[in-house]
Design a protein. Structure first.
Length: 261
């Protein structure tokens, strides 16, 4: 895959990608899937990665770790509270040298099972937290968000929201990766069904104490990427189900099951 191709946003048929989100995230979430069949720790050894490879690895890890809302733009309200489980599956370039140099047996979809909670606050503001620890791997992450509904939405008009987010990697020795995100999203409810879409920017900062291939230290990387996302939420009393597809240099598909109070 060329660098230009890898950095283009993969955004084509929205309906098709939502169906892929449901299928891919469900399949990779099964315990029997190869993603959980073997241990695949990430390690950045000395003298292996070139600076260019470290940048490519940082870009893809940043998009894997980036905050995925899996929620419409409309606010939860002052008494609203959502807590649930989710899984995101990112279609990484697992055969590229920047992956094979730092791990083995990594699956084609890097999956993160997560705990995700959101709480409504006054003035159309929601806050959220997410935590993940990948089974059979040293990959872990946590993140947080603040979302402000500029327009809360009515029966006739959509909701519009701004979100700021942060995530960070933990558990991987000799590698620090954090992301900062901002996005704008829109949603409109139709009874129990609420489709949504958005566009945003993710900034990834990464560093490592490892030496680069050929000598010298690996330099810190700061990478910015644009992404778009579409999703839909289906609610049944206190339960809700969300599917989302995120389009960037690598696509990410997510599923979320919520209990709402």
């Amino acid at each position: 895959m060329s660098n230009n191709t890898a950095r283009s946003i993969r955004f084509r048929n929205p309906t098709r990608h939502l169906l892929i989100a449901i299928a891919a995230a469900t399949v990779v979430g099964m315990p029997s899937h190869p993603a959980y069949a073997a241990k695949y720790d990430i390690s950045v050894p000395d003298g292996v990665l070139t600076q260019a490879n470290f940048k490519d690895l940082s870009e893809q890890l940043g998009l894997v770790l980036a905050y995925h809302p899996l929620a419409p733009a409309e606010p939860l309200g002052l008494l609203g509270f959502d807590i649930g489980v989710e899984i995101t599956a990112s279609d990484i370039d697992e055969n590229e040298s920047f992956w094979t140099d730092v791990t083995s047996d990594i699956p084609s979809y890097l999956t993160l099972p997560k705990l995700h909670a959101q709480k409504g606050l006054p003035f159309g503001i929601d806050v959220g937290l997410v935590y993940s620890q990948v089974p059979s791997s040293n990959i872990g992450m946590w993140g947080a968000e603040v979302k402000w509904a500029i327009l809360k939405g009515t029966l006739a008009t959509p909701a519009l929201a701004l979100r700021g987010s942060y995530t960070t990697l933990f558990g991987v020795n000799n590698l620090d990766v954090s992301t900062y995100g901002a996005d704008l999203s829109i949603s409109k409810g139709f009874g129990p069904f609420t489709p949504y879409a958005g566009i945003g920017q993710v900034a990834t900062n990464s560093s490592s104490d490892a030496t680069a291939f050929g000598g010298g230290a690996l330099q810190d990387e700061s990478i910015s990427a644009t992404h778009g996302f579409i999703g839909a939420k289906l609610s049944f009393l206190m339960l809700s189900f969300v599917a989302e597809a995120d389009f960037a240099a690598i696509p990410t598909y997510g599923l979320r099951l919520n209990l709402s109070f």
